[in-house]
Design a protein around this ligand. Sequence first.
Ligand SMILES: Nc1nc2c(ncn2[C@@H]2O[C@H](COP(=O)(O)OP(=O)(O)OP(=O)(O)O)[C@@H](O)[C@H]2O)c(=O)[nH]1
Ligand SMILES: [Mg+2]
Length: 328
Amino acid sequence: MQEVQVTMLGPSGVGKTTLLTAMYEQFESNIGSTDLQLTPDEDSAAILQDRLVELKSLLDTFEARGGIGGTEAVAGPESLRSFVFGLGKKGETPSLEIHFRDYPGGYHGSRASSEEKKFVKELLQESVAVLIAIDSPALMEEKGRLHEQINRPQQIKNLFTSVYQDLDSPKLVIFAPVKCEKYLKNKKSSKELLKRVKEGYAGLMDFFDAEKINPWIVSVVTPVQTVGSVVFSRIEYEDRQNKKNPHLHFRKVRHDAEYSPQDSEQPLRYLLRFLLKLHLENKSWGMFNFFRNWLKVDNHLKTAIQQFAQGCKTSGQFAILKGEQWLK
Ligand SMILES: Nc1nc2c(ncn2[C@@H]2O[C@H](COP(=O)(O)OP(=O)(O)OP(=O)(O)O)[C@@H](O)[C@H]2O)c(=O)[nH]1
Ligand SMILES: [Mg+2]
């Protein structure tokens, strides 16, 4: 079986696991209308299903916080599993496996071991695509005062700089702001969110523009409302005087609000659009030379992917930042 790896990237608590869970939930319902099938392996399905139940129940206990714990790797990074999804035509054996890799964001922290840091580097190195989960309130509230602390953009940039050297195959980088319900209420603040993403990751964007890197990068912004009916409400500081140890609070939009995620399938649409393009280019891409043969005999599947990919949103808070040629 051919396989590709996708990294969920971001510091602790930004929303990597929640984003993956929200995507999983949408795979079925959104892909359902096409002839495509994206099937999780049994273990992945079981874990993500548990998370999904937590995510849905979060609506009732949101003010109280707690509930969902962070990702853990008790036996070290090597014990972290892949979330494996088989991609193929309905009712047939999948022709491609997509391995989503999630890890504890603490691996970016100052207390991370060298083994943990190395693990993240290698994930990024081996991945054809990466989803950067972004804590939106940190980016938007109080003029983005908490952005550095929570999203650690400088460190993320340094990570890319050390890993993306001598690239010889295209990479898809998806900026995925989450917890962004509040900012997508109107056009103006939606635009503002997009603007802040560009500003907040300007250093990384500059790196992507470097001569050697530029030809290989396709980057997009796809904000995802993983819950839909819960909005940011306020920041409280444990140490109020010095504004230290922030806690971000959220509230339901109505007391009877229901779980209603929005656009959580967009990253997936972009991912498939990109993989299809790699195939259509009909070249060998370093370790990804199998793309050449992947869909060769299956025009039907190709068309189904194409249809699904046509649903990529590109306006409002969505944008293709660079490398559009890798999506055509
Ligand atoms: N309102 C809202 N809350 C979210 C959203 N995404 C995540 N959260 C909250 O943010 C918290 C952290 O999310 P996780 O997905 O566990 O974060 P993570 O990046 O996987 O964290 P680590 O596993 O510690 O690295 C969860 O408790 C959720 O309550 C979102 O889109 N909207
Ligand atoms: Mg996690």
